[in-house]
Ligand binder design. Structure first.
Ligand SMILES: [Zn+2]
Length: 165
């Protein structure tokens, strides 16, 4: 099963729907089986997954609801859910940032509470440099920065991979 965020072109409604596959979605859409739950129109398409950046003309830029888009891991959307009334521009910026964070973390290794130790060990050449992310206290982070270790705070909360199914 796959979930798509859908967009009704008639009244701009957004909703989610489940399909067996991407092909199943296409088939249902072509046969006019997809109806907007708000107005009943079958003029329904996929809502764009990412903000359209740098497009010219009067094309509409669509974003998915920010609460879902910024969710990096299951159960970690509360911090973002509280800031719902944002301008479209702010939402797009958040969406783009969350996407960047997600991509960065994809190539990064979760080291949990060993973050400070690992970062320090790489900094002093005791272990090979690689991309890591993990948890550390503010004091420890300040200490690392003081030592010249290059670290950065993540703008969005992440769930430890070992705590997520
Ligand atoms: Zn509609």
């Amino acid at each position: 099963m796959i979930v798509f965020d859908l967009h009704c072109h008639a009244d701009d409604a957004r909703f989610e729907a489940w399909f067996r596959s991407s092909a199943d979605f296409e088939r249902q859409r072509e046969q006019g089986l997809l109806l907007c739950p708000q107005c009943g129109s079958s003029d329904v398409g996929k809502a764009l997954m990412a903000p359209a950046v740098g497009r010219k003309g009067n094309q509409q830029v669509e974003t998915r609801p920010v609460r879902r888009e910024v969710t990096v891991e299951v159960g970690q959307d509360s911090a973002v859910a509280t800031i719902a009334p944002l301008s479209d521009e702010a939402k797009r910026a958040l969406v783009a940032m969350a996407e960047i964070q997600r991509k960065v973390l994809e190539k990064s290794k979760w080291v949990g509470g060993n973050f400070a130790e690992e970062a320090r060990s790489m900094h002093y050449g005791e272990s090979e440099k690689r991309a890591i992310y993990g948890e550390t206290s503010i004091e420890e982070a300040e200490q690392l920065i003081e030592e010249g270790v290059e670290i950065a705070a993540l703008p969005f909360p992440v769930a430890p991979p070992d705590a997520v199914n």
